[in-house]
Design a protein around this ligand. Structure first.
Ligand SMILES: *Cc1c(COP(=O)(O)O)cnc(C)c1O
Length: 238
């Protein structure tokens, strides 16, 4: 398969990020790009790495472990961004540097216990269910402080920020208003003294709106790699 499109797409996205930073008065370089490589091949990840991309996000543990193993000679920063089942925490704590999807206290406690002593603390973000959609993972804002306070007590976790996947809205103003709500929670927590520095919001379809509202990390898959290969259950695991 021809993978030249990956380098071209990465250049295009970097350009769009720079333009959005300028347009919305964000400091140059304040928005980081995480390449979401779920359901993409190791070769595709290697092509992106060779084009200068070093951080990659994965959603499904077994699939991710296969690729981490195949690409172990590359200095990749792996981020776990998918829903976390309790029985998966051990391997996530072992193989990832970042977890974006902490949605309950139990997961934080397990990751802390299972993170090996010789590894640096795991960087974690708490996932917020912005639209309070009943079938979606992520914390309601009402439970957020309890989990965040708990994480602060766990030595092998480093609290970095918040993540959300708002319900998709085609309209730019509506996209902005969802992201603005997450930004408000982020700012409120910082005002209370929580040391948050990462606001993980924005995907292929809505990253410009996210940057306008203060995103510091956009998670982009299809706009870099193209469509994902079909995978059973992917829509419900998202
Ligand atoms: C799949 C996924 C993305 C990337 O989505 P695209 O629309 O392909 O850019 C970002 N974040 C999370 C949590 C995802 O599951």
């Amino acid at each position: 398969m021809n993978l030249n499109h990956i380098k071209v797409n990465l250049e295009k996205i970097h350009q769009l990020i720079i333009e959005a930073e300028n347009r919305y008065q964000r400091p140059p370089g304040s928005v980081e790009l995480l390449a979401v490589s779920k359901q993409q091949t190791s070769q595709a990840i290697r092509a992106a790495f060779e084009a200068g991309q070093t951080s990659f996000g994965e959603n499904y543990l077994q699939e991710a472990l296969n690729k981490i193993n195949e690409l172990q000679e590359l200095a990749i920063d792996w981020h776990f961004i998918g829903h976390i089942q309790t029985n998966k925490t051990k391997l996530i704590a072992q193989y990832f540097n970042w977890v974006h999807s902490i949605d309950r206290e139990e997961i934080a406690i397990r990751l802390n216990t299972q993170r090996a002593h010789h590894l640096p603390s795991l960087n974690v973000l708490v996932e917020v269910n912005l639209d309070e959609e009943p079938n979606k993972s992520g914390l309601r804002s009402t439970n957020l402080l309890d989990v965040i306070n708990r994480i602060q007590e766990l030595p092998k976790l480093k609290l970095r920020g918040l993540m959300a996947i708002p319900a998709y809205k085609p309209n730019f103003a509506d996209q902005r208003s969802s992201f603005r709500r997450l930004r408000k929670i982020f700012d409120d927590l910082r005002a209370l003294g929580y040391p948050l520095d990462v606001l993980s919001m924005g995907m292929s379809q809505d990253f410009e709106a996210a940057i306008a509202e203060g995103s510091t990390l956009v998670r982009i898959g299809t706009a870099i790699f193209g469509e994902r290969s079909a995978r059973k259950g992917s829509s419900i695991n998202l």
